[in-house]
Design a protein around this ligand. Sequence first.
Ligand SMILES: *[C@@H]1O[C@H](CO)[C@@H](O)[C@H](O)[C@H]1NC(C)=O
Ligand SMILES: *[C@@H]1O[C@H](CO)[C@@H](O)[C@H](O)[C@H]1NC(C)=O
Ligand SMILES: *[C@@H]1O[C@H](CO)[C@@H](O)[C@H](O)[C@H]1NC(C)=O
Ligand SMILES: *[C@@H]1O[C@H](CO)[C@@H](O)[C@H](O)[C@H]1NC(C)=O
Ligand SMILES: *[C@@H]1O[C@H](CO)[C@@H](O)[C@H](O)[C@H]1NC(C)=O
Ligand SMILES: *[C@@H]1O[C@H](CO)[C@@H](O)[C@H](O)[C@H]1NC(C)=O
Ligand SMILES: CC(=O)N[C@H]1CO[C@H](CO)[C@@H](O)[C@@H]1O
Ligand SMILES: CC(=O)N[C@H]1CO[C@H](CO)[C@@H](O)[C@@H]1O
Ligand SMILES: [Ca+2]
Length: 903
Amino acid sequence: MKKVLAILGLAAVSAMAISANRIGPVSTYGELKANGGKLSGTCPQYANSAVQVKGMSLFWSSAADSATAFYTEKAVNLMVKDMKIEVIRFAMGVKNENFDKGRGYLTGGEDLQKAYLKNVVNAAIENDIYVIIDWHIESGDGYTSDAVKFFEYAAQQYGSYNNVIFEVWNEPKDGASMGTVASHANSVINAIRKYSDNLVLIGSPEWSSHPEECASASISDSKKNYACTLHFYADSHSANGDYANRANQALGKNVPVFASEWGTVNANGNGGANQSASQAWINWMNDNKVSWANWSASGVNEGSAAFNKINLDNGLSYSNSGNMVKGWMNKNMTYSDCGLENGNSSSQSGFSTGIANGTKTDMIDDMEDNDRYAYTGGFWSAWTDANENGDNGVGQSTISNGTWENDFGKTVYDVLLPKEGSKNTSNYMVGLKKIKLAKGTYQYAPYVDLGLNLTKDTAEFDMSACKSISYKFKGASHNFRLETSLVTNWNFHHVNKDASDEWKEVELTWDQFNQEDWGDNDKHFNLKDKGLSKVKRLAWEVKGVQNVPDNQNQPSLDYLFVDDVRCDGLSITAISGKTSTPTSSSSAPKSSSSVTPPSSSSSVVVPPASSSSVVITDLLVIDDVEDGNEVLNTTGTWYAYTDNESLGKSSITNVYDPNLPGYVVVFPGSADPTNGTQGFVGLTGIHWDEGDYAYDPFVALGLNTNADTSIGIDLSNCPVLSYRYKGAAHTIKLQDGQVTDFAFHNRMLLDAGDWTLVSFKQEEFKQPGWTQTKVNLNWANIKKISWEVIGAKGYTDTFQPEFDYLYIDDLKCVDQAIGIKSIARTATGLRLAAKGHDLNIMTSKSGLVKVQVFDMTGHTVKSVSENMQAGAHTVSLENLTAGSYIVRVQAGNAKKSARITLK
Ligand SMILES: *[C@@H]1O[C@H](CO)[C@@H](O)[C@H](O)[C@H]1NC(C)=O
Ligand SMILES: *[C@@H]1O[C@H](CO)[C@@H](O)[C@H](O)[C@H]1NC(C)=O
Ligand SMILES: *[C@@H]1O[C@H](CO)[C@@H](O)[C@H](O)[C@H]1NC(C)=O
Ligand SMILES: *[C@@H]1O[C@H](CO)[C@@H](O)[C@H](O)[C@H]1NC(C)=O
Ligand SMILES: *[C@@H]1O[C@H](CO)[C@@H](O)[C@H](O)[C@H]1NC(C)=O
Ligand SMILES: *[C@@H]1O[C@H](CO)[C@@H](O)[C@H](O)[C@H]1NC(C)=O
Ligand SMILES: CC(=O)N[C@H]1CO[C@H](CO)[C@@H](O)[C@@H]1O
Ligand SMILES: CC(=O)N[C@H]1CO[C@H](CO)[C@@H](O)[C@@H]1O
Ligand SMILES: [Ca+2]
């Protein structure tokens, strides 16, 4: 007797329900049309006047994250709001040796590129701006048959939208003649015209620098709707020179010119932004009503990039070039909708208010039965990086939701909530509240997740009947993820959606889902082809960016609500917790009494206040620094280093001693009032500044375990490594000489305002997840240990360490359980002193005495073995040059090391 409320009609989920959510240039001008030597609009008011639109070109979509981070709805929204772009160029990497990570359209990334296409074009349509779909290839070959196939697809998908412009060959070069380019263009135009009469942009020889050749080429376009591109770089190509002359000639031939790619810098994309030269071009383009897209909307490491951060949750961060270009956008335009139809947009649908138990539905859940289970039988939950098992560290992200124990005896966050937000006409929804991202020691980006296990157990759920999936949300930007059992490394298919402070319906087709570039591209697959029958979980993930300070890594909205998850084409028999659908009048929102209360108090495990602490036995004191020098018990030395050798500018205030040479890192216990020790090592006055260093800035304390730096020490019988520290969060890294890509075995430690004892079992040291070649740490040959205090590139103006010092002490191997064949301890009865160029040795026993002298880079510079009687002896070091050395003397079981300085 339950009615299925069919508020969501089928029309609402037709594959292309994209429509503008603001009035922008497209509603104002309509479709752009070639009209003599200018572009006009199709809106009556602009049918004969010249229209000039200004915007940005994305960087190669086949390149690194610093480029692809901008192939998102979030980036497009920001550029529209903050930078006022009117056109965005989708620069689809086709095939290129320099900017292709094996994910160009023709190099293995076709699915990914189509997903990017939808991200960018949909975002352009929603923002009511123009979008150039660019076959971004720099070559002598246009790959015409592939281009025909691609543009036919793109035109079929999007050709009915007034927003869309097609650019058929970015930059012909390597001797490609205008004839070759024209023949390519004609084939592609022919394919496009099956579905679309929209504007087509045509390139020309020598990196699209010959629009005059393009303008007189024999282009056959049934719609006569094309323009020629001009690509220029202001610092290399003058606005009074050849380039402008050729463009003027093209305009003189009554063919419009479109500067679909231009830079403020020199022609290789690098160097500084040249303001005066760019201004001259801006003047020329304004005078001639030439529309433009500036290269590039990216955070890549070159002068032309408009941005210098890829963390977009706190807005755009402009480079010099970006700032300049922002100033040249069309700013206070007044846009007004001329009323043209655009694409096949549909209006937002209402909210579902319930599916009765046992009825057929394509609704996965609308939460209206007021339970925490979906109509498919699965359950809702949430999790965060604080639930990580520790292999990659543990995060500290939180949400304020309580917990409950589900049918499977698992305590999970409770995410069922009464509806919120004026537009939500239903009663219930799911959501996360008070999201706080905190990276803790987690080495990847911090996250919290809202999720729906589709089945009660871990069984797979079959979604192959679904043509698309939709949901409504309000709140934080998130990755909507479809987890299938075919993905075993967490690289699940997902789509990123920008934050929205109003309820918004999202409808996604399968080709919009893509996987991250984790070096596992060979394992990527298209959801439509396989995987849909093996779905396990849906997840909405709110995620920060890796290596960004917590205070700048928060979502712009700290909540995420989800409602009405629906799969177009699915037919399931609803399992509903209630036999009757609550109505808004008779059913109050869930009261707290109807919910299992959070098991907060009972679940808190109070550690026994035991005073019978475990007795920790020192197996080997690597160094306790009590002797007040930088030489370790194991003969190596302590030192400090910074990013300066790699062009960084980070600094410490430790005294630099040219005699060492190096920083003085040993401090007397008295240097810290809470010391409890005679000496410790440390970094002081830490200041991060990446300078020209390409990665995160750092300073570090380090040690060579052995004076002979070519060998290490055997710690294979060292089950647990421990030390005390006070101060800055840091990463301890161990090196055995096998790892060559900096993927050292490490652990992260958090800030500590008091001396803190930490200890790690051997197996707790892990290599970072990104390493390509994992190796087992060879504990029999540990050569170096370092304590790196690492900042975040791009954030040093506002992000400096909480504690500007790091003290380390009492580095030991501990555990009473295992015996260790220890390196012989320092023995009393062996003393060393250096005087002039003499080394004086005092032994208490007669026997063989071995003397080794190492320079500070670990090379043995002298080695003598002599039988000595008990008493004083002198070894001459007369032939050693002035400088610092480590001397190691071994007499029987006794060993002693010291640093000496020869003048
Ligand atoms: C900018 O470009 C102009 C014209 O090409 C050139 O004369 C000038 O030296 C450039 N300025 C800088 C700072 O490179
Ligand atoms: C844009 O608006 C500002 C302030 O309203 C005004 O000062 C400025 O002249 C305007 N610029 C243009 C190009 O109209
Ligand atoms: C929920 O789904 C996740 C991911 O597939 C799985 O690891 C977990 O075991 C599931 N929970 C239950 C109770 O089946
Ligand atoms: C829902 O229907 C199923 C059978 O279709 C039944 O076993 C179950 O008890 C019903 N649930 C409720 C809450 O009525
Ligand atoms: C070596 O460690 C011992 C404690 O085990 C300590 O007494 C001694 O001073 C240390 N020697 C050096 C050179 O650090
Ligand atoms: C120093 O070098 C000279 C010349 O090679 C040599 O005669 C002398 O024995 C060396 N001294 C020592 C202590 O090795
Ligand atoms: C079950 C439960 O405790 N839910 C909570 C989720 O978080 C919000 C915001 O703190 C609370 O209002 C809910 O009660
Ligand atoms: C062991 C040691 O060096 N303790 C010192 C700790 O610091 C105080 C105050 O500076 C000194 O008085 C102690 O001698
Ligand atoms: Ca609801």
